[in-house]
Design a binder for this molecule. Structure first.
Ligand code: FAD
Length: 521
């Protein structure tokens, strides 16, 4: 029998202490009433965590702000840098480059989205610049500069957002200190057994190698690829997305920090996958995500090492994975978060975002206090609905990168260019091809401009545009385009270098952060 003061609370037991486990522990300890919920996290030092995952999306700032974490302190603790987007090299065709920015392209004129004005001006033969010239975030990436966005909605500097690159292990350590200082109980040990109620099938407790038994009401499976509780004990099925996303391995290696301290992640298409390059303060993170169907590990190692811009600091580490997701993320009294619930290759840095979304949804749908193990199934159903939307939308966006390639004559690229794709992606691509329409979700990733950047960046050409763009005269459209580009160029030219901004911001042992004076227009 479980007694003591904890019997009065809903006992939430988190299994796993990687980024997912500690984000969950930190987020729930901030959002839940500590007198009604107790939080325990079990992690195994022997097993360890994946330890990669260095690039993020802007949403992480909301998460850190919600915890009350001071940004400069966080950046110092995790060797973090700023990220304004991802540069894709060679994805459309060998030698090309485009940036998927955290920001907009232009602005709507006369209620019509920017891309339609741009396409119309282009098809009328006006001397318009490439699409990326009208994105503030892309211009800042190309110039290697960074400053915080303006809060003045009228300023051109309010049209972008930013995320971070950081050392994922240091982030998990940072959150561990944060969460344990706020009452999360940490238990070191290896879970070897999961005890379930014979009648309901609900999880009652997990047992550790040491013999300790940890009972709980709600179990959060953050055990990584093992998916110890949801996939293992509860046998929830797996949707395998390998036919659409054939990469199933990664080699990761850090190298010395390069002089080119970019405010963006770089993803370069390679013969059987793609390499990443992520600049941190103390080193550059690199990896090669590849398909074992189209190359072998020795060759992948060679490709990775030849792509580094400085000497490696370790032996490349191999990671195996399968793209896909669990059929459900919440069954009974078990909710999986992070790699235990699914995995999508890090092409668009989505895993940490998916963890954050799951933590937020879990906090919103948390079973009412003191209900024991029996949660309202309507809450689980809603969580599963949101989980599926998130994963399926990211999946389509990733497949688009592969599908829209012109790397002819390379077996992986020929395969992905011609493979059958999900109907949901076919529909999005054909709407863009017909009328330059892009998805406009209210929930989940990715926004309209993200689709636009990849579709245009990889050479998908629309046959038409929104006819309402013709409400503006061509001369006015051209004047708008010229003014917009001039504003972007003038403001970007006045910004600080990325490296200089970080050095200044993180200066001082207290991490107080000094923002260089910005010239906001
Ligand atoms: C190659 C690669 C690159 C990536 N790059 C990015 C990126 O750029 N951006 C991004 O957002 N994400 C990225 N990710 C994903 C990111 O690394 C993970 O989503 C994130 O680290 C969360 O992992 P996790 O906590 O779910 O699992 P893990 O890190 O594997 O943690 C699992 C935890 O469970 C514990 N555990 C397991 N079994 C037991 C047991 N029996 N008993 C006790 N404890 C146990 C482990 O000790 C560990 O603490 C990348 C992933 C890979 C594979």
């Amino acid at each position: 029998m479980d007694t003591g003061p904890e019997a009065q609370t809903t006992r939430v037991v988190i299994v796993g202490g990687g980024s997912a486990g500690w984000m969950c522990a930190a987020g729930l300890s901030r959002l839940l009433d500590p007198s009604a919920y107790s939080l325990t996290l079990i992690e195994s030092d022997e097993i360890g965590a994946v330890g990669v995952g260095e690039a993020t999306l802007p949403h992480i700032k909301i998460f850190n702000d919600m915890l009350g974490i001071r940004e400069a302190e966080f950046l110092s603790a995790t060797q973090g840098t700023f990220k304004l987007g991802i540069e894709f090299r060679g994805w459309g065709a060998p030698g090309d480059s485009y940036v998927h920015p955290f920001g907009t392209f232009g602005e709507p004129w006369g209620g019509v989205h920017f891309q339609h004005h741009w396409l119309r001006a282009r098809s009328a033969g006006l001397p318009v610049a490439p699409l990326e010239a009208y994105s503030y975030a892309v211009a800042a990436c190309r110039a290697g500069v960074f400053e915080f966005p303006s809060e003045d909605r009228k300023s051109i500097r309010s049209t972008y957002a930013y995320a971070y690159h950081f050392d994922a292990s240091l982030y998990a350590n940072f959150l561990r200190r944060w969460a344990t200082a706020r009452g999360v109980r940490r238990i070191e040990g290896k879970v070897v057994e999961v005890a379930r109620d014979g009648e309901s099938g609900l999880i009652e407790a997990v047992s550790l190698e040491s013999g300790a038994r940890i009972a709980g009401d709600l179990f959060v499976d953050c055990s990584g690829f093992r998916s110890l509780l949801l996939g293992g004990a509860l046998e929830v099925g797996w949707q395998d997305w390998t036919p659409w996303l054939p990469c199933d391995r990664a080699l990761a290696v850090p190298c010395e920090r390069a002089t080119d301290f970019t405010p963006y992640t770089r993803s370069t298409a390679q013969e059987a996958g793609w390499t990443w390059r992520i600049p941190l303060q103390h080193r550059t993170g690199n990896g090669y995500v590849f398909s074992s169907r189209f190359t072998d590990e020795d060759r992948a190692r060679e490709v990775l090492l030849s792509a580094l811009d400085a000497p490696p600091q370790a032996e490349p580490k191999l990671l195996r994975f399968s793209p896909g997701r669990r059929e459900l993320a919440w069954r009974g009294n078990c909710v999986a978060v992070g790699l235990a619930s699914g995995f999508l290759e890090p092409l668009e840095s989505t895993s940490i975002f998916l963890i954050q979304a799951a933590v937020t949804d879990l906090a919103n749908l948390m079973p009412a206090p003191r209900q024991g193990r029996r949660a309202d199934p309507r809450l689980a159903n809603e969580f599963n609905r949101l989980f599926a939307i998130q994963y399926d939308r990211v999946r389509d966006f990733l497949i688009l990168h592969y599908r829209a390639n012109a790397r002819h004559g390379q077996p992986l690229w020929d395969y992905v260019r011609t493979m059958p794709i999900p109907d949901t992606l076919t529909q999005k691509m054909s709407l863009f091809e017909a009328r330059a329409l892009t998805p406009d979700y209210k929930y989940g990733l990715f926004a309209r401009d993200s689709w636009l950047s990849v579709l245009v960046g990889q050479g998908v050409t629309p046959q038409g545009y929104d006819r309402l763009a013709e409400g503006l005269s061509l001369a006015d459209a051209q004047a708008h385009l010229e003014r917009l580009k001039a504003r972007i160029d003038a403001n970007v030219a006045a910004m600080s270098s990325h490296a200089g901004f970080i050095a200044n911001y993180c200066a001082g042992s207290d991490g107080a952060g000094q923002q260089p004076a910005a010239t906001v227009r």
